[in-house]
Design a protein around this ligand. Structure first.
Ligand code: DX5
Ligand code: ZN
Length: 223
């Protein structure tokens, strides 16, 4: 099954609840929440108070992308705020194994993210412990950037590696995803696509529907 994870970073925050609802009503199973600390990435976005307030507006899976140094510090707070899945950057964790264990012991799903220039070999030891791997297809920190083409090959290689190990781990791709590159990403082995600008710039309901249509057409084609 293919999953759309709209990133609210590109949404109009003055109408956030309404915008989120449009994505949920039209089939987006996840909601992607980009938390930035101004240290791991240059920008600062939002944190627990915003997440707990939108929790009331949505039944979607809250997929929290932690772009912060030592994200293990916030696992319990994020859980309280309503996170279902916490994704941490390999580059931001001194003790990655401990952080993943901490997330799983708190009862949440655990994901690990890699920047474009970080090789997938660094996940070798933890691959069978995580529910999702997030491959960044832009340098994290901002929405609205252009997809970096070489990251497509990382998706292919990671799916191949997971298959070899008989793992059905989710591969999420984040950054510069549009209706035009969605199909090649699915073909490469991604099954969770994050889209910020491509969903929230324009009509979020219509854009979500367009992604869902592509997913079902792709699924039909594959059969
Ligand atoms: C970038 C964030 C992304 C971003 C995606 O640091 O992790 O989730 O919001 O936005 P688009 O889809 O506009 O590239
Ligand atoms: Zn993200």
């Amino acid at each position: 099954m293919y999953i759309l994870a709209p990133s609210i970073l590109a949404a109009d925050f003055s109408r956030l609840g309404e915008e989120i609802r449009k994505t949920e009503e039209n089939g987006a199973m996840y909601l992607h929440l980009d938390v930035m600390d101004g240290a791991f990435v240059p920008s600062i976005s939002f944190g627990m108070p915003l997440i707990s307030s939108i929790r009331k507006a949505s039944g979607q899976i809250f997929d929290v992308h932690m772009m912060v140094e030592e994200p293990g510090r916030y696992v319990e707070d994020m859980k309280q705020a309503g996170a279902d899945l916490i994704c941490v950057h390999q580059e931001a964790c001194t003790h990655l194994d401990r952080t993943i264990t901490q997330i799983k012991e708190s009862g949440l799903k655990a994901g690990v993210a890699l920047n474009p220039a970080t090789p997938i070999s660094l996940l070798d030891c933890v691959l069978d412990q995580v529910d999702m791997v997030l491959l960044m297809s832009v340098n994290p920190g901002f929405g609205g950037q252009k997809f970096i083409p070489y990251t497509l090959e990382k998706v292919r290689r990671l799916r191949q590696l997971l298959n070899e190990r008989h793992l059905s781990t989710d591969i999420q791709v984040d950054g510069g995803v549009t209706l035009s590159n969605a199909e090649v990403l699915l073909d490469a082995g991604a099954n969770v696509l994050v889209a910020g600008s491509a969903v929230f710039k324009g009509d979020a309901g219509e854009n979500t529907r367009a992604f869902m249509k592509q997913f079902s057409e792709y699924e039909a084609k594959k059969k």
